[in-house]
Design a protein around this ligand. Structure first.
Ligand code: CA
Length: 488
């Protein structure tokens, strides 16, 4: 059995090891296919990396990738908070196409609550052509068995299924709180005996070393620097000069992530895979901002953009976003065209020699832009819809942005993004023709969306609790009424 599997793997290696793709899906002989690493930070502020100008944060590893790669200065995610943004990234499709416009709860008993099984993740597309695939960190796409990573095109999983996790092993608790559940490795328990960001990084390093001879794809989904604010004390101490205590811890969390990324880079260099590994780094949404419902969340820095996580202003969706790939990106630079997290799947599928026979992917293969073969903006327009029932939407073209969201000083807004990239001057109503054009584009896009299907989880869980509670009460009654037999 094992030898048959080995033979099949060997054959696959033979078939694929001599191909690469330089244009679309056309394989070329003679080069090894690249490895792909997608490093996703969680709730990282736009200005909380050195390469975007921060003087407070210490991110030398991320900055080195940025300064030797491409900085997407107009890089966006498809949603302003965690779960839907990840669903867009992993499928390479706008998540509104399949109704995933809300965060998944950690609801292992809910068989309907997760990224719909009709969707194929880019991990699966790569796995089908011989890539070894891993997710390390935060999943947040459904916790029932059939939604879990190993069912969605990943060979290896180390992390947690919910929307976040506490950072220290002492907090692990089997009862209730999804942020405290044991760390999972594949379908079993994962070793967890140090600061979580460090543990995640170590498992990434091990995965790289185990797979140095295969093409691999690693989805490195750090939960840092998402709340809870927790970091090793010695790292927090480095920020004693920062007055705000929460920001001190947050900056330490970012630095721990940067150190972890450094260990990943070291592993690539040690295994001689650094040159031919495409690394994307981005955040899943903007840093937190003290909105009405989370007034105390005030530790991230999205400067120069307005607001943050959850908002459709730039602070919520315009993220730190870079690509690094020494073999193909030979001229480090900033890139101004519109780039989307959707492009990660499209690029990976193209360079990995994987397929998309039904043309489902909505991103653009960025390789020709990396090499300079293509210039200009990969996208004509990017689109957002938060929850269709609530009339929360946005569209950005190269020149304009039109949005609606009932936040203070936002509402219905129209901006000239060339002259006013920080959205300071709302010109809604002053450019009727252009506004109508953007509205038409958005409506066309929205015609292909479906309703949000993830509303009901919380009530569903409440219903499940009632069902279990009734069973429990019935059992208590039976127990009380049971006849006690006497052993003689
Ligand atoms: Ca997030």
């Amino acid at each position: 059995m094992i030898s048959t599997v080995l033979k099949q793997c060997f054959l696959l290696l033979l078939v694929f090891s001599c191909f690469t793709t330089s244009k679309g899906n056309e394989p070329e002989r003679g080069e090894q296919r690249p490895n792909i690493i997608v490093i996703l930070a969680d709730d990282l502020g736009y200005n909380d990396v050195g390469f975007n100008g921060s003087k407070e944060v210490n991110t030398p590893q991320i900055d080195a990738l940025a300064n030797n790669g491409i900085i997407f200065s107009n890089g966006y995610v498809t949603h302003s908070y965690c779960g839907p943004s990840r669903a867009g990234l992993l499928t390479g499709r706008y998540q509104a196409r399949f109704g995933m416009e809300n965060n998944c709860e950690h609801a292992p008993s809910d068989p309907y609550h997760g990224l719909p099984l009709t969707e194929k993740l880019f991990s699966k597309r790569l796995q089908e052509v011989g890539y070894r695939t891993a997710i390390i960190g935060k999943w947040h796409n459904g916790s029932a068995a059939h939604f879990q990573p190993l069912q969605r095109g990943f060979d290896y999983f180390y992390g947690f299924l919910g929307g976040g996790h506490n950072y220290f092993p002492k907090d692990v608790d089997l009862r209730g709180n999804p942020y405290k559940i044991p760390i999972q490795e594949n379908h079993g328990l994962g070793e967890f005996n140090e600061y979580l960001t460090t543990a995640l990084s170590k498992h990434a390093v091990q995965f790289i070393k185990r797979n140095k001879d295969n093409p691999f794809m690693l989805y490195m989904a750090y939960n840092a620097p998402h709340a809870p604010l927790e970091a090793p004390q010695e790292l927090i101490n480095k920020y004693n000069h920062i007055e705000d205590k929460e920001r001190r811890i947050y900056l330490a969390m970012v630095e721990a992530m940067d150190q972890g990324i450094g260990s990943i880079i070291d592993a690539l260099k040690e295994t001689d895979t650094f040159e031919n590994t495409l690394i994307f780094f981005l955040s899943d949404n903007g840093g937190v901002y003290p909105e009405e419902w989370c007034k105390s969340f005030d530790w991230a820095d999205n400067y120069p953009f307005r607001r943050g996580k959850v908002a459709l202003t730039e602070g919520g969706i315009h993220v730190p976003f870079i690509a690094h790939w020494p073999a193909k990106i030979t001229e480090p630079r900033k890139f101004e065209g519109l780039v989307s997290s959707l492009d990660i799947a499209a690029t990976s599928v193209a360079i990995g020699g994987a397929t998309d026979p039904d043309n489902l992917l909505e991103g653009i293969n960025l390789l020709p832009y990396f090499t300079g073969e293509e210039k200009g903006s990969p996208h004509k327009a990017l689109y957002w819809r938060l929850e269709e029932a609530d009339n929360l939407w946005a569209i950005r073209t190269e020149r304009y942005k039109y949005l609606h969201q009932p936040l203070p000083n936002v509402g219905l807004s129209f901006f000239n993004m060339i002259e006013d990239p920080y959205e300071e001057n709302n010109i809604e109503g002053k450019h009727e023709k252009e506004q109508a054009e953007l509205a038409e584009l958005w409506n066309e896009w929205n015609e292909k969306n479906i309703n949000n299907i993830l509303f009901q989880t919380y009530p569903y869980n409440q219903e499940m609790k009632k069902v279990y509670n009734k069973l429990y009460q019935d059992r208590l009654k039976q127990s009380a009424a049971r006849e006690v037999y006497i052993v003689k």
